[in-house]
Design a binder for this molecule. Sequence first.
Ligand code: NI
Length: 161
Amino acid sequence: MALRKVITQGDDTLRKKCKPVTVFDAKLHALLDDLKETLYEENGYGLAAPQVAVLRRITVIDVGEGFMELINPEIIESSGEQRDLEGCLSCPGQWGYVVRPDKVKFKAQNRNGDTYEKEVTGLFARCVCHELDHLDGKLFVDVADEMVPEEQLREKKEQKA
Ligand code: NI
């Protein structure tokens, strides 16, 4: 495994639409392993392939409910609404409120190409939506309804603690 460099806002690669994965081989597995290592190194909830400059429909997620690999993911049902703060490894220092569905059912393939379905809620649902946006060249800053300066965020966190 190896760490990959996470590219940041301003790099055009993040704005491109990713292509589906069609070959489930050792090269894909190596990329997935690298994404996992990079995700944990960066302390993120999710990381999408375009964030390491690979334009394929791949993302890895761990919001504390276990590590998951999503290849060619598609949302097939969504319901409810939640509004909460989001950040992104590709938008360092930026935080904003984004409205997302509260419940999401998605289908994806695993590293062997087998299709699975999963229904998730809350933070996991938010993260799936955020990562899928990456695969279509969208960043959370495009859909945030209110950006929050980091200094203000620290104050808020201190007030809560
Ligand atoms: Ni992101």
